[in-house]
Write a protein that binds this ligand. Structure first.
Ligand SMILES: [Zn+2]
Length: 141
């Protein structure tokens, strides 16, 4: 078996394809080897297990399925970023009209209510979505 013992982009893979490049920045994939070794990889990476010498290629994961996983994680990130931007804009707005502490108070009240009433539901939805994610079984090369 002539294989590079390193983790890196698969030779010959369309790394310059924008879709693949986007996916490479997606959430890491935990690969469990048949011998029990675990390793975190990016989409498109290869891994040669140090323990048993099996070679794995994450390109064997269907691209649409991985893209769906990435979308779920990105969606939650955008919700968080959106809320932070909203909170900061709120404080800036109230500071501009001379009611800085009113703004802080409003944001604090909103953040607390969001944390108590909305976040648990959002978190449950996120966890349900994550639970439904596929567990891929790919074959070593
Ligand atoms: Zn192994």
């Amino acid at each position: 078996m002539k294989q590079e013992a390193s983790v890196g982009p698969t030779p010959g893979a369309p790394v310059f394809d924008p879709e693949t490049r986007k996916l490479r920045n997606g959430p890491p994939i935990t690969l469990t080897c048949e011998c029990g070794e675990r390793h975190e990889l990016r989409y498109g990476d290869r891994w040669l297990c140090e323990k048993c010498g099996r070679s794995w290629n994450t390109n064997r994961i269907p691209i649409e399925q991985y893209a769906a996983v990435r979308r779920i994680k990105l969606r939650l990130r955008w919700v968080m970023i959106g809320l932070c931007v909203l909170a900061v804009s709120c404080v800036i707005f109230f500071a501009a009209i001379g009611k800085f502490f009113g703004g802080i108070l409003l944001v604090a009240v909103c953040a607390t209510s969001w944390r108590m009433y909305i976040w648990p539901r959002q978190k449950r939805r996120y966890l349900t979505a994550v639970e439904k994610l596929p567990v891929w079984e790919i074959k070593p090369e």
